[in-house]
Design a protein around this ligand. Sequence first.
Ligand code: ADP
Ligand code: MG
Length: 475
Amino acid sequence: MVIGLEVHAQVTSHSKLFSGAATEFGAAPNAQVSFVDAGFPGMLPVINEICVEQAVRTGLGLKAQINMVSVFDRKNYFYADLPNGYQISQFTQPIVGKGEILLDMADGTTRMIGITRLHLEQDAGKSMHDQSPNETYVDLNRAGVALMEIVSEPDMRSGEEAGAYLKKLRAIMRYLGTCDGNMEEGSMRCDVNLSMRRVGDPVMGTRCEIKNVNSIRFVQQAIEYESARQVEVLESGGVIKQETRLWDTSKGETRSMRSKEDAHDYRYFPDPDLLPLKLDPAMVAGIKASLPELPDDKKARFISEYGLKPYDASVLVAERASAEFFEKVVKGKNGGRDGKLAANWVTGEFFAALNKQGKTIETSPVSAEALGGLIDLISNDTISGRIAKDVFEEMLATGKDAAAIVDEKGLKQVTDTGAIEKAIDEILAANGDKVAEYKSGKDKLFGFFVGQVMKATGGKVNPAMLNELLKKKLA
Ligand code: ADP
Ligand code: MG
């Protein structure tokens, strides 16, 4: 399977690429349309500096070549929701050239995927077919909004890699603040290009393009369906026609829309209303200097600074908010909590609780400080990891801090040797037959005794001390 993805990412910007009209999502139809966006005669486009900066910032985040001179072209085609009859895009000279994205796969391996280019272009308006039985309405709010089209090399080999690519690209843009990556609102859309070839064949097959798939799950489903379809055609001696297909969510299938246009059909030519775009080197350097720490660097730092496993580190850096939350937990006020323990709690119990309650880190009922407090109680042997889970449940339910709950409920771990020995003695006395069996070689019963003592003491005995004392008694 050979896959290349084209992603349309809406640039985070208050106004459009060539006009001052607003871009906010959810406004009343046609409330955010300037004469430029509506294609009125004589209107001239003026480049939005913020959008240019955002494209450069994204390019730098993708470790890509920034082209100091780029050109805007007209891509000519007719659509009812494209008032000019052409889209202003970039063709032969995009603003960003070759770059790369590192994928973190679930099995801990990584894969490098090439970025072919990133260019700036305008979005079209929206045709609304469901507002009236016999008319189609047009909403031009989206017309002229800045998009970054990010094209990958045909480097992906499975639906899983395509999913990992989209997640990583989205994470990078969110860290950079250049696209909110919200696929449901359409601010990130994906075209999937896919072809099949026999194992070992160096030549790539003919591709089909599946347009505008709007969730990562659908991308993976579309890949599954389309690859099986192409294999069936090829295995029965047919040929794949280069074409554009759509993904039908309800039927779970791809269907042909049209045969694929070649670039010359669009009659691209440089837009005579716009000068070539020349970047100021100082501006590019300024953006470079202001880049935040990106997921890959953060991951590497989490591994070396806190001793995390690569997989845990990649889970934590996948969202900026979770990475920041983890660092707050691990650093605490006095610094220096155990990194692995903190990572386990954040990616384990904490994420599971948020999931269950439908909450995010921003709305979490347990703060980083409170979770850190719980971890301190485990680290200094006040409570066991087992009891900590109950305490955490109580924290979620009541919002109280861990120390208060432990005090109130008397959950403090028993570390008094005498008390533990007494509990052990009672269990051994009540289970004389099992003690005899153990002594005649049935080692497995050790766990049984541990369980009984824990049960009798409400799980509050320090596990390490219990193990040690029990061994002595049974010896
Ligand atoms: P177009 O505008 O015709 O879609 P682009 O260059 O914008 O062309 O995008 C082509 C996409 O198709 C790229 O992501 C590229 O990696 C991918 N691609 C090219 N050839 C193949 C192929 N044989 N199989 C799968 N994907 C391919
Ligand atoms: Mg395409």
